[in-house]
Design a protein around this ligand. Structure first.
Ligand code: AMP
Ligand code: FE
Ligand code: FE
Ligand code: ZN
Length: 289
């Protein structure tokens, strides 16, 4: 099969909605993507596929093509690792069981963080629930929004730099599978697994190259390289590994609505790479508008 994507135009393969920690509904995310001139988009909420149907229904009349996706939480040693999955079967039993487990663990962990904060600040679990939609994957961004609503921080970024920072002493990690399990779950469900922002700075900095290469051996399809949080040195290292292994490389915004400064289309993925993802996937199909 020749690698051409039937839909030419700018592609952004990493956006979040209120089904996890974005601030817009899936339909609003699609509208924002269209306003920013995108042609193909992926909805990649954390650990859930709950936004797929709404996003697909909104994408079609806007003339957008949707690649249904997800950003699956994983952990390697102490490091939080995010694995983007595209076009997998959303009914896959093993994947559904694992994402259910992660979402539940995220919820109890968020409640523990709130209990820790409540020793020092007037914050309740109800404040956090008021910032989430029903069934959404709960994360620190929702606690950040509750802190903002209470006047303890001016915006999410400030909350993350302050009360929510692990150094502030309230932080609790949540259960997440190791990245090998995450890649296998996505791949076994017919999806394409790509490491999200693999080269961030700080405590979640890049996994050792040997581990990345083991993941490639285990079915990892590629790296998200053009992402505002990847360091320049990290991008160069990732490009070299990707070229050596013939990997898919993507670029994306990681849009979270008003929750982050990231704008749709600030980084994009080439038509060739989108074609390779679609061609490799067997679990579900793109929704064409
Ligand atoms: P959690 O997975 O619950 O620990 O929270 C991490 C999430 O918070 C990530 O998915 C990011 O989207 C979001 N996040 C991390 N840092 C920031 C920040 N400085 N401002 C806004 N959102 C952030
Ligand atoms: Fe997020
Ligand atoms: Fe992420
Ligand atoms: Zn993300």
């Amino acid at each position: 099969m020749d690698v051409t994507w039937r839909v030419a135009g700018p592609s952004d393969l990493h956006l979040h909605s209120v089904r996890s920690d974005g601030t817009e509904t899936p339909a609003e995310v699609m509208a924002a993507a269209q306003r920013h001139g995108l042609r193909t988009v992926a909805l990649t909420d954390h650990d859930t596929t709950a936004g797929w149907d709404e996003a697909g229904r909104a994408a079609v009349p806007l003339g957008l093509t949707l690649l249904p996706g997800m950003e699956l939480s994983a952990r390697h040693d102490w490091r939080s690792v995010h694995i983007l999955g595209y076009l997998f079967d959303p009914a896959d039993t093993a994947l559904v069981a694992e994402t259910d487990r992660i979402r539940e663990a995220r919820r109890s962990r968020a409640a523990r963080i709130v209990a820790n904060i409540a020793h020092d600040h007037d914050l309740t679990w109800d404040d956090v629930l008021a910032q989430t939609t029903d069934g959404a994957t709960v994360g620190r961004p929702h606690i950040a929004d509750a802190l903002v609503a209470r006047g303890f921080a001016p915006d999410r970024s400030a909350a993350f730099a302050g009360i929510l920072h692990p150094r502030a002493g309230y932080y609790v990690p949540h259960y997440a599978p190791d990245p090998f399990t995450a890649v296998r779950l996505i791949t076994d469900a017919g999806g394409v697994a790509i490491v999200a922002h693999p080269a961030t700075a700080g405590r979640d900095r890049m996994m050792p190259v040997a581990v990345l290469e083991e993941l490639i051996g285990a079915g990892l399809a590629g790296f998200e390289i053009d992402h505002r949080e990847n360091t320049e040195a990290g991008k160069a290292a990732l490009r070299e590994i990707a070229a050596r292994h013939g990997l898919i490389v993507t670029g994306s915004s990681d849009y979270h609505g008003a929750g982050k400064p990231n704008r749709p289309g600030e980084n994009t993925t080439s038509d060739e790479m989108v074609a390779r993802i679609v061609e490799r996937a067997t679990g579900s199909a793109p929704v064409h508008g």
